[in-house]
Design a protein around this ligand. Structure first.
Ligand code: G3I
Length: 352
């Protein structure tokens, strides 16, 4: 049979089989499974990065929320469960129940986990903030806390935010409980102790208002450079990314990520959300969408930017309205778990 006759014959066969499917009321089967990645997590993975969401234990009773958390994202961060008040509520008495719940969920859904956070001035237990400690006592308490928590999660977290929010806006050290008693050396000590307890987790410093180039990110640049020169195991810098439409998009985000990468540390976008004065309008949501896209694009452009985490994924569970009254709508899904323009913009930038 000639080639053209074969083509004609196979067209007839195809037409007949489609017609018989229709006659039988059956839809023709697709030629092959749709190979396009369907989720933000899958899309990010194609770029060798993760796309994740923070979560919190009270949300675990919301089945619709959990379904999306487990399916759409490739990484999760416990929003509160690993903080000191939760993990060591009494001196020397550790409670990992809430954090274990998040880590087990993540494991069951093949998600990476970022550990957040070992040392922070906020959400400390009363026994610690109300006690009177000598420097030696506080150093021992700090070491024990860091090492007990990091050992418990050894092999189960990819990163630790070892010290969170250590600097002020002008780049000076925050006068935290730890700084006041131990001086700036507590940061290097914390990193060394965490490394001893879990040598494979990448150890981060993490802060807000360090997205672009400015005095605070400049100070972190100098600090991390010095820590590395001293052989301290600092391996990542976390840009929290809590932005607000009314303050404008930070200048030089990609350049900032790149300069930390050039120092030899990874960079993670750890707590991204973009709030706005309420009510949300189509115009504000459109601007928010371009900002999300812009931020994600900056991470994609730098090889050592390892991933993006949004600080929960739905406006239903955002921390914003309780802290900034009159502001909100900060996340890519609305309060009814419906994707917003920001969601579509992130998908697009990830190639979806
Ligand atoms: O645990 C109590 C509960 O017993 C009580 O019934 C309830 C009533 O308000 O409060 C509960 O504590 C809340 C806690 O979250 C746990 O849900 C606190 O009031 C609330 O202030 C606290 O907010 C957390 C906030 O950190 C504290 O600063 C947010 O959920 C959490 O998302 C937020 O996360 C921080 C990051 O860790 C660091 N970067 C900034 C980011 C946003 O603030």
């Amino acid at each position: 049979m000639s080639t053209s006759r074969i083509r004609t014959a196979s067209r007839i066969v195809a037409a007949l089989s489609a017609a018989s499917c229709l006659a039988a009321g059956l839809a023709a089967a697709p030629a092959a499974a749709d190979p396009r990645p369907r989720t933000l997590g899958e899309l990010a993975k194609r770029h060798h990065k993760y796309f994740g969401s923070a979560t919190d234990n009270p949300e675990f009773t919301d089945a619709a929320y959990m379904e999306l958390l487990g399916s759409e994202f490739g990484q999760t961060t416990p929003g509160n469960a690993m903080k000191w008040y939760a993990t060591e509520p009494e001196r020397g008495v550790f409670d990992f129940a809430a954090a274990d719940e998040v880590v087990s969920f993540a494991k069951a859904h093949h998600q990476k986990v970022r550990g957040h956070t070992l040392v922070w001035h906020s959400q400390l237990p009363a026994w610690l903030t109300e006690g009177t400690w000598t420097a030696d006592e506080l150093r021992a308490i700090l070491k024990n806390h860091i090492q007990t928590v990091a050992r418990h999660y050894k092999g189960r977290v990819i990163h630790w935010d070892v010290v969170n929010e250590a600097l002020n806006e002008d780049g000076t050290y925050r006068e935290s409980l730890f700084y006041k008693a131990l001086g700036p050396g507590y940061i290097a000590d914390a990193l060394r102790w965490a490394h001893e307890a879990d040598p494979h987790a990448k150890l981060y410093l993490n802060d807000y208002n360090v997205d672009g180039i400015g005095p605070k990110s400049d100070a972190y640049y100098i600090l991390i450079k010095q820590l590395k020169a001293d052989g301290v195991p600092v391996e990542g810098f976390g840009l929290q990314g809590h932005l607000a439409l009314q303050y404008g998009f930070p200048a030089g985000v990609q350049e900032n990520i790149q300069r930390f990468a050039d120092l030899g540390v990874d960079v993670a976008i750890t707590e991204l959300d973009i709030r706005m004065p309420l009510p949300a309008t189509p115009e504000k949501l459109a601007t928010q969408a371009t900002w999300y896209a812009e931020y994600v694009k900056a991470c994609l452009a730098v090889e050592k930017c390892v991933g993006v985490t949004i600080w929960d994924y739905t406006d239903k569970y955002s921390w914003i309205p309780s802290v900034f009254p009159g502001e909100g709508a900060a996340l890519p899904y609305d309060e009814n778990l419906r994707p917003k323009p920001a969601y579509q913009a992130i998908r697009k930038v990830l190639g979806g």
